[in-house]
Every structure is written in C-alpha cells, then in structure tokens.
Write a protein of this length. Structure first.
Length: 268
C-alpha cells in the first residue's frame, strides 16, 4: 500500500485564541493535483503554511513524507502569493532561479556549472528559457510567476505548494500557466490555493474546500457547497447547476451537509 505524501490528522489552529482551522483531517496522495478553495479568511493559506512547517498546529499533527514538515523542507517547493523582488534591483531571471539552489543560512556563492544547468532546465520546464538573460523588472506578471515557479523547481521538489499562482495574471497567461502545471504534475505532486473555479474544473484532480473545516473531493466536479463558499450564496437559494467550462459540461454535486461522510455523490 502506497502511503500518502501529506497527512493531516485532527488539526486545529488559532490566531490570538480565535480558531481558523477546526479538526482538519485529510491526505494527499503522490501525483495528486489538489486545489484548496474557500472564502477569504477560511484558513486555506494557514493550512498551506502548516504543511510547509511555517506554522505549528494548536492541536493535531501534520506529516509530510511521514515526518514533521520542517524536517523535509528540502523536498518541497513553495511559491507564496506575493512573491516579489525589488523592481529596482538589477537581477537577471537566471540569477533569480539560481537563488533556489541556496541552502538556509548560506551566503551567495558563485554558481557552479551544474547549478546553472539545473536553473536552465527549470526555466525550460516553465517555457521561460528564453527569458534567462532578461531583467526581472522587465517581465509581465505571468512571466514573473513562471520564473518564481522555476526557482521552486530548481531543487527538484517532490511536492510543489502554490498560493494563488494566477493572481494578477491575464486570462491567456492563466491558461498557459495551468497547462504548464499539468505537465509538471506528471512527476510532481501539486497543492494549490485558488479562487478560479473554472480552472479547477478542468485542470486539477481533486478539490479541498476549506472554511475552518475541510471537505475533500477526490474528483474536480464542482459542488453546491463550493459555490456557496466562494460566492456566499445563501443555502436556501442553492439549486441544481450544471457548469459549462471551457466548452465541457461539469456536474455540480449536492451540498456537503447532504452527505455526512464527506464523499459527495453525483446528483442525477
């Protein structure tokens, strides 16, 4: 039996004695592509930081590769929501990606030929090798995001964590980025915070709805509960919906409270 890469068991977390997460339990299997959705303040980014080891649970446990997240940080990559670089700092795209080779507490050394090769390979995977000599402040939002993901890839992570990777990117850039992420997912597990329901319905493999608690869906069909969480529809106004996304119809499932097991079934 293959063990899950990420396991959260009974996880609670509070800021200033106010609960943000309550009893969260779920697993992420190898090569999954999970989208975490939910309202602002619902705990998505907090849960992401718990899986990264940047925060510690108030109660419960989080394990990545069977260990505490901080013990395996070199095996994961992370692109935060607001990854920025001083626009006046004269740094090239290649140099930005090379920073992904640095170990914590190590000063900037002269990059080795192998590190340069790895950096160029990471840029190539993101379709950005042609940008290597450009200054970062000359790039579009979509191009910069590809560079930041390449920086996370240069250390060959087995899991890639992304927090709102398409924020501030135009529609064409978003579509191109999601297609690149699908290609990465052939050998990298991806956990992504997102508000983009249409992309979720066509690009990811599973969905975790996070609003203090978590409901996991092993398939990317949209549910009434997802729509209510994202758009704050009152429960008494929920009705059967079939979403047409990118030309493909996607089923909308029943509300979470219709299935206490957490495994929603498709409505006919």
């Amino acid at each position: 039996m293959t063990l899950p890469l990420i396991q959260a068991e009974g996880v609670w977390f509070a800021y200033h004695h106010e609960n943000v997460l309550e009893g969260v339990t779920f697993e992420v299997a190898a090569n999954d592509f999970v989208a975490m959705i939910g309202p602002n303040g619902g705990g998505k980014t907090t849960l992401l930081k718990l899986m990264l080891g940047l925060l510690e649970p108030t109660r419960g446990t989080v394990r990545v590769f069977g260990q505490a997240p901080r013990q395996v940080s070199e095996r994961v990559g992370y692109v935060p929501q607001h990854a920025t670089i001083n626009p006046h700092f004269p740094i090239s795209v290649l140099d930005v990606v090379l920073t992904g080779c640095l170990a914590p507490g190590i000063k900037w050394p002269r990059p080795t030929p192998d590190q340069r090769r790895l950096a160029m390979d990471a840029l190539a995977r993101m379709g950005a090798a042609n940008l290597a000599d450009r200054r970062v402040n000359e790039l579009s939002g979509g191009q910069r995001q590809r560079v930041f993901i390449a920086r996370a890839l240069v250390a060959a992570p087995r899991i890639l964590f992304l927090d709102e990777p398409t924020a501030g990117i135009d529609a064409q850039g978003q579509q191109e980025l999601y297609c690149l992420l699908e290609q990465l997912n052939t050998d990298i597990t991806i956990v992504m915070v997102s508000h983009d329901l249409l992309a979720i319905s066509t690009h990811v493999k599973s969905v975790a709805c996070v609003n203090r608690q978590l409901h996991y869906h092993p398939h990317p069909e949209l549910t009434h509960a997802m729509m209510e969480m994202m758009y704050h529809h009152p429960p008494d106004q929920a009705c059967p919906v079939e979403l047409l996304a990118h030309g493909v119809p996607h089923r909308v499932l029943r509300r979470h409270d219709d299935d206490q097991s957490g495994k929603n079934k498709v409505e006919s």
